[in-house]
Design a binder for this molecule. Structure first.
Ligand code: ADP
Ligand code: AMP
Length: 216
């Protein structure tokens, strides 16, 4: 199965993707996570990307398409995968179409998680991420057992610079301008699944699975 998970920043893409890849045995390809890990490893790519990310801006299409291409074609061909946070622009969606054509493949579903602005702000400002394994928590909705410490690996939890209010505002603006138009791009193809993200983690996941069952 080839899935794409989209939605505004903080919609719950990462949280739901984590469950989907485990249950359906998919390779998780999160461009945001790839940039953050590259930064933690001290690589030039990550350091350059973080200059855009911290302010809430998008990394260039050229760089982003290239890391996805590498992941899909060079690091072992993936039969089943889930893309989280890519594409984020129409140009990226077109580049992805090109890659899928080369693979003679198509997307089975585009899961669009719908969340309103108030929920987004609360979710993003309370998000905490493990510096070591990338696992995501929320101070109110999903706290770790011990404050500041990852339940999974004992790593340090931190607040992403781009989850601070000013950056969040910029990200939401960019989402509206650059990313929302992709919904129309996929709408005509009969693969778009709109999911209500303003429910518990479990209810959102249940609805995603139901929608996937209905189309397969
Ligand atoms: P995205 O990958 O779309 O940016 P995340 O999955 O990282 O979003 O979720 C953003 C924040 O909101 C995280 O702190 C996460 O724990 C929290 N969150 C995600 N889904 C829900 C939900 N259904 N209810 C409450 N909090 C949620
Ligand atoms: P995320 O982890 O999905 O919230 O992504 C964090 C940040 O990484 C985004 O705000 C962008 O700055 C950058 N990023 C992630 N994916 C992309 C993409 N597909 N195109 C451009 N920038 C991206």
């Amino acid at each position: 199965m080839k899935l794409l998970v989209m939605g505004p920043p903080g919609a719950g893409k990462g949280s739901q993707s984590r469950k989907l890849v485990k249950e359906f045995n998919l390779t998780n390809i999160s461009t945001g996570e790839m940039f953050r890990q590259s930064y933690e490893r001290g690589e030039n790519l990550g350091i350059e990307a973080m200059k855009f990310i911290d302010n809430g801006n998008l990394v260039s299409d050229e760089i982003t398409n290239e890391i996805v291409r590498k992941r899909l074609f060079e690091e072992g061909k993936e039969e089943d995968f889930l893309l989280d946070g890519y594409p984020r622009t129409v140009a990226q969606a077109k580049a992805l179409d090109g890659m899928l054509n080369e693979m003679n493949a198509k997307l089975d579903a585009v899961i669009n998680i719908v969340v309103d602005k108030e929920n987004i702000l609360e979710r993003m400002v309370g998000r905490r991420v493990c510096r070591k394994c990338g696992y995501t928590y929320h101070t109110k909705f999903k706290p770790s057992h011990q404050e500041g410490v990852c339940d999974k690996c004992g790593g340090e939890l931190y607040q992403r610079v781009d989850d601070q209010l000013e950056s969040v505002r910029n990200r939401l603006k960019i989402y509206e301008e650059k990313t929302r138009p992709i919904i129309d791009y996929y709408k005509g193809r009969g693969v778009l699944l709109n999911i209500n993200g303003m429910q518990s983690f479990e209810a959102v996941y249940r609805d995603i699975k139901k929608a996937l069952r209905d189309i397969t």
